[in-house]
Design a protein around this ligand. Structure first.
Ligand code: SF4
Length: 346
């Protein structure tokens, strides 16, 4: 890649219009190029067949189009598809297509590696290398939409930001990508079908509420006891549960959107009655529901899925307290595509 050339997809439509005006062309040319880049998914300037050859050459001289490339695509026996996606600087991230009877969901990455250090997570071992650009996030979704149409004969229906990285540590780019995904000039998806899942960065949760975002919020909670949560998610020492709770109450008051708590029950870590009781108390601060997620051990086996009796206890106690709870089976385990397993093993 020529490092002096700018990624043309980093420009807004207005900036593209300005560029053409400065070049002595019509601003309208910016609209045409923008449409090629986003609606028609042009991978090269030569794809832009209604743009003159001279103009295409001028674009070639000034810009690059940094499309992602699906390097390796794996299909699980349960239909799950995992893409290892190569970026323009040869770094790799992973994204996953999860099909069910009624929906196909894209699980996308927001960073290469992750700056947080959750002990149970394979991505944490990669450390954070860089944030993804909005177009790199958008392209993952487009690639999965294409695979959904190809393999399941239907468009992508939902998106979760639960792949590699902490989305709120790359907030501006995630927001720009979602703008594009939901815009009629992009994929035109409803923001209600998008979930941003965070490990819980209080000031960013408040910022999202202030920004009046329309997508849904999920929090990887895993424990409502500070001591336990800090031992598995060390950043909880900096942002303890009281500050997370305050931010979530603020979120609900502003958005009136119910919060989903993602929760894994591990043997010997959070599988006791006191853990459930703490979760029940935490759920009472703002309208919420709980997803109990099956865990997929990563190589060293330090964390093990709790026994089914512990999951049953969680379910019963939560339901007895009128808290909606779902138990989510994991998908794509055989290709390391399940929650917490994305680590560029290839
Ligand atoms: S669980 Fe999420 S926030 Fe925690 S280290 Fe893994 S990718 Fe980062």
């Amino acid at each position: 890649m020529d490092i002096k050339k700018k990624d043309i997809r980093a420009l807004t439509k207005e900036q593209l219009r300005d560029f053409f005006e400065k070049e002595g062309d019509k601003a309208f040319r910016g609209n045409q190029v923008y449409e090629w880049l986003w609606n028609k998914g042009a991978h090269t300037f030569d794809d832009m067949t209604n743009i003159s050859k001279e103009t295409r050459q001028m674009l070639e001289d000034n810009f690059v189009i940094n499309h992602i490339k699906v390097d390796v695509m794996q299909r699980s026996s349960d239909g799950t598809v995992k893409n290892a996606v190569r970026l323009h600087d040869d770094l790799i991230v992973e994204s996953v297509l999860i099909p069910t009877k009624t929906r196909t969901t894209a699980c996308v990455s927001s960073q290469v590696g992750c700056s947080l250090d959750c002990k149970f997570c394979a991505t944490a071992r990669l450390k954070r290398m860089r944030n993804l650009n909005p177009d790199e996030i958008y392209d993952q979704v487009v690639a999965i939409d294409r695979e959904s149409r190809l393999y399941f004969d239907r468009p992508l229906s939902n998106i979760v930001f639960m792949g590699m990285g902490e989305p709120l540590m790359n907030y501006n780019n995630v927001l720009k990508a979602i703008d594009k995904i939901t815009s009629p000039e992009g994929l035109g998806m409803s923001p209600k079908r998008i979930v941003v899942s965070t490990s819980g960065v209080p000031k960013m949760i408040k910022k999202m509420a202030d920004d009046n975002v329309k997508f849904k919020l999920a929090v990887s909670l895993h424990s409502a006891i500070d001591e336990v949560r800090t031992s598995i998610m060390p950043f909880n020492a900096t942002f303890p549960l009281a500050s997370l709770r305050e931010a979530l109450v603020y979120w609900y008051e502003k958005t009136k959107n119910r919060i989903t708590y993602e929760y894994v029950v591990w043997e010997g870590i959070n599988d006791k009655r006191k853990d459930v009781d703490a979760l029940v108390q935490f759920c009472k601060f703002a309208p919420s529901k709980v997803n109990l997620i099956e865990y997929n051990p990563i190589d060293d086996g330090q964390f093990q899925q709790a026994k089914s009796e512990a999951i049953d206890m969680y379910q019963q106690v939560l339901e007895a307290n009128n808290i909606t709870v779902t138990v989510r089976r994991s998908r794509g385990k055989d290709i390391d595509a399940a929650c917490g397993q994305l680590a560029n093993k290839g």
